[in-house]
Design a protein around this ligand. Structure first.
Ligand SMILES: [Zn+2]
Length: 138
């Protein structure tokens, strides 16, 4: 199991731009790519439109997953922003990741906008345990 999360500079800036655009609400989306490296950020709608939670719509997720399959892209991560707290999974984030771990075994990327410079961290969550991965720009 890899201890790094690889992401291209363009995917990183697409993701951060999306998080800034949806501020003050949390933003959410997918990171997709090939050979374990994320090369594209897919913006998703936060159905909660909330500064403290997010929910992706099932229909939109199904559509995006279909598009990724057609492009031979792997779904590597789910990202979302925290507007006032650290880029670390909340209790709710950990519970949710554990609940879907048999369906999605990718990573979780958190973007914090609480400081002037956005912070990005990546994690793997299994059985309520959080393991941090080093974010590596490729
Ligand atoms: Zn969260």
């Amino acid at each position: 199991m890899s201890d790094t999360f690889q992401i291209s500079a363009s995917a990183l800036s697409e993701m951060i731009d999306h998080c800034k655009a949806d501020y003050p609400n949390e933003a959410c989306g997918y990171l997709a790519g090939r050979d374990g490296a994320a090369t594209t950020a897919v913006r998703m709608t936060n159905a909660h439109a909330s500064p403290s939670s997010y929910e992706m719509e099932g229909a939109e997720q199904a559509k995006v997953q279909r598009e990724m399959r057609l492009k031979n892209l792997e779904h590597l991560a789910i990202y979302h922003s925290h507007v006032a707290t650290a880029a670390y999974p909340s209790r709710r984030d950990i519970d949710r990741a554990t609940a879907i771990q048999d369906f999605f075994d990718g990573c979780y990327v958190l973007v914090t906008l609480k400081d002037a410079t956005p912070g990005v961290r990546a994690f793997r969550v299994r059985d309520n345990a959080v393991e941090e991965l080093e974010v590596q720009e490729v």
